[in-house]
Write a protein that binds this ligand. Structure first.
Ligand code: GLA
Length: 340
């Protein structure tokens, strides 16, 4: 394993952003930024041994600050949406930042993705931590958060989340990497398998309504591997509302998904201890320049955001996102790469 650190440019207020890159013996590498605890690059070998960067990103800190696409960022305090940007907890109503119409999305106007973290190298991992102060974006209590990015010898990225607060607060952490196993083009030809029987119905604003719909007999059925583009254009109200896939899948177990590309022969397996996963086909991605001058385009990548079911405060029966004061949150998600 080899670790190197370098400057990643400055934010608009002059603050310098740092990068750490961890490379394993196979040549695979991860690059993480202290801005947003962001996975800036993830390079893995294809079937011919050539390294492919399989996540979208930018070349400089200023672009991460400028664009609001959450590329590779750590999302918090609560990932995805909360209806009407409010929740009540212990009899108290908390108002959150509304940054998606009237709703709250991905932690607010300045969520964890737009904050500077403390970052350090620790063995075979890159560790990012920060204190989210009481009242940040409307959330109650101080919350200590630590995200560890491990790269294994056999090309798996393991992300480990730990958090603890001094007051009861909702927490739902995820990583917002956009995967493209070809390193360019759209993901419509990628093959996807998702181990879920049901998904959350979304309303017009992509908010779970509380109803769980069976995937069976719908374009949402990925129980058997299927091309992402196969049914994405189907006349299904859930697809039309979201402009494609942008839904929480209710995972059947720890094996969440397999994504693979015939073009490069790269296969990615996703495992998690969380109950849900947002399958998002990059429908809101606008054409703009990304890393190495490569254009980012609509549906140019797939996000597989492991999470608690979104909008849980408003949906009866969804697992609670509340982390009690002094309790420890611990969660892990693995993205394991191989070739075929
Ligand atoms: C998530 C949401 C999408 C979109 C993206 C960010 O995946 O579910 O609706 O907001 O983040 O653009």
């Amino acid at each position: 394993m080899n670790m190197e650190g370098f400057s990643f440019g400055a934010l608009s207020d002059g603050t310098e952003v740092h990068a750490l890159r961890l490379t394993n013996a196979a040549g695979a590498s991860i690059t993480v930024l202290d801005y947003g605890a962001t996975l800036q690059s993830l390079r893995v070998p294809d079937r011919d041994g050539r390294l492919v960067d399989v996540v979208l990103g930018y070349d400089c800190a200023a672009d991460y600050e400028r664009y609001d696409m959450y590329l590779g960022a750590t999302i918090g305090r609560v990932g995805n949406r909360i209806a009407n940007a409010a929740f009540s907890l212990n009899g108290v109503e908390h108002r959150l930042a509304a940054n998606d119409g009237a709703n709250h999305l991905h932690g607010g106007l300045r969520g964890f993705d737009k904050r500077l973290w403390e970052m350090r190298a620790e063995g075979d991992s890159i560790v990012c931590s920060r204190l989210s102060p009481d009242g940040e974006e409307g959330y109650p209590g101080d919350l200590r958060v630590c995200v560890r990015f491990f790269l294994t010898r056999d090309n798996a990225l393991r992300i480990v989340y730990d958090a603890e607060g001094d007051r009861d607060t909702p927490v739902n952490l995820t990583n917002h990497s956009y995967f493209n196993l070809n390193g360019g083009g759209t993901v419509l030809e990628h093959r996807l398998q998702v181990f879920a029987e049901r998904f959350c119905e979304g309303d017009a604003g992509c908010l779970p309504t509380g109803r769980l719909l069976p995937v069976e007999g719908t374009p949402f059925d990925f129980r058997a591997e299927k091309r992402i583009g196969e049914d994405i254009g189907a006349e299904h109200v859930q697809l039309l509302r979201a402009g494609g896939y942008d839904h929480n899948y209710c995972l059947s177990g720890k094996h969440a998904a397999v994504l693979r590309s015939e073009e490069t022969g790269i296969r990615m397996r996703v495992e998690t201890d969380l109950p849900g996963m947002q399958v998002y086909s990059g429908n809101f991605l606008k054409r703009h320049p990304g890393k190495g001058g490569r254009e980012i385009e609509r549906r140019g990548a797939l996000c597989l955001e492991t999470q608690l079911y979104p909008n849980a405060f408003n949906c009866w029966g969804f697992p609670s996102p509340v982390l009690r004061a002094g309790q420890r949150l611990h969660s892990e998600t693995v993205y394991a790469f191989s070739t075929f």
